[in-house]
Design a protein around this ligand. Structure first.
Ligand code: SPD
Length: 364
């Protein structure tokens, strides 16, 4: 009698157990657009049996507002350094258990030290790739418009009204990223790019408002294809994206010379980092994924595809020769010396930038 009663309960527990253990393992990854090799996710899924839901964004501001609202459902996300610092103050990430990341040893201590300014003791985030925010352009079109002898090494190309007015004929794109455009303009104006003075931001906004009529659009990913297709001829954007544009143009059989430069006045350098949000449902899978991305061959394959330099010291032997020797991808010392980081800003200045940005975009 007793045995008859316990039997169905046992079956029920067995079914529940089997159902949970047979459910496919899952990982939800939220990454920058155009920021991984086409086979990375597929290879990881094949290797581990973990199903990856992959989604992309093209703006720190968007990622930040989702993370701050909470319960994103993401297991791994990719904030940029100064945004990471701000988010760490809001305690939204899990501290990393390095024992679960045997490949962590491949990271270059030089980059870990740089990241410590944003993530003290490297407790929460893993540096992925880094970049500068400079100017990319179609050399022939720009020369056609501004003349053969135009000097192509200054922010004057875009911040001087005469120049941008002429370039507007062939299309000019700016990143839709106040956190990057304001420091870039401040630096051009000879001010501290991380200024804490409200007046400096008003001055930068004045310059932007003056040239606003000549900016075709503000967007942070569209410029890659538009430059390749000839819909624009110049953009402020992130270094690796312009090599992706050049590849897209070449693959489409177009003879285009797309160049990227860090202007002589200097440009922003930023690091993007991987982190696990608090409350991530699949943190074990997240660790497996992070550890996978830390494999030298895996990260080298990504760099070879997206043209951004990574933070892995053991990946170098696997980098394509034309990538590692390209000074616009791996900049030489004199260019590195012109790069400056963006620091975490006070909430007051952050709010001011957002307010002024809305005005600039609307053209008033
Ligand atoms: N396709 C864009 C990839 C670059 C992402 N990094 C943005 C960093 C912001 N400074």
């Amino acid at each position: 009698m007793f045995q008859l009663k316990i039997y169905p309960i046992f079956i029920l527990f067995l079914l529940i157990f089997l159902n949970t253990s047979l459910q496919a393992k899952q990982l939800n990854f939220y990454n920058w657009s155009d920021y991984i090799a086409p086979d990375t996710i597929k290879n990881f899924q094949q290797k581990t049996g973990i199903n990856v839901t992959y989604d992309v964004f093209d703006s720190n501001e968007v990622l930040d507002s989702k993370l701050m609202a909470g319960n994103t459902g993401f297991d791994v996300v990719m904030p940029t350094d100064s945004f990471l610092a701000r988010q760490l103050h809001a305690h939204i990430y899990m501290p990393l258990d390095k024992d679960k990341l045997p490949n962590y040893e491949h990271l270059d201590p030089k980059f870990l030290k740089m990241m410590e300014k944003f993530d003290p003791k490297n407790l929460y985030a893993i540096p992925y790739m880094w970049q500068s925010t400079g100017i990319g352009f179609d050399v022939d079109k720009v020369k056609q418009i501004l003349g053969e002898n135009v000097s192509l090494d200054s922010w004057d190309l875009l911040f001087n009204e005469e120049n941008i007015k002429k370039l507007s004929q062939c299309g000019v794109a700016f990143l839709d990223a106040p956190s990057e455009i304001f420091p870039t303009v401040l630096n051009y104006l000879g001010k501290d790019p991380n200024s804490k003075q409200a007046n400096d931001y008003y001055e930068a906004a004045n310059l932007l408002t003056k040239i606003r009529p000549y900016i075709t659009y503000f967007h942070s990913s569209k410029y890659i294809n538009d430059l390749a297709d000839g819909d624009i001829c110049v953009a402020i954007g992130w270094s690796g994206d312009f090599f992706q544009a050049a590849r897209a143009a070449k693959n489409a059989g177009q003879k285009k010379s797309i160049h990227y430069l860090v202007p002589k006045e200097g440009a922003i350098i930023t690091f993007d980092a991987l982190a696990i949000p608090n409350g991530a449902k699949n943190s074990e899978e997240a660790y497996q994924f992070l550890n996978y991305l830390l494999e030298p061959k895996v990260i080298a394959n990504i760099t070879n595809h997206i043209f951004y330099p990574n933070a892995n010291k053991d990946a170098k032997p696997y980098l394509d020769n034309d990538v590692i020797t390209n000074p616009a991808i791996y900049p030489p010392e004199d260019v590195l010396a012109r790069l400056f980081p963006i620091k975490e800003q006070s909430p007051k200045i952050d709010r001011l930038m957002v307010r002024l940005w809305t005005k600039v975009l609307s053209g008033f």
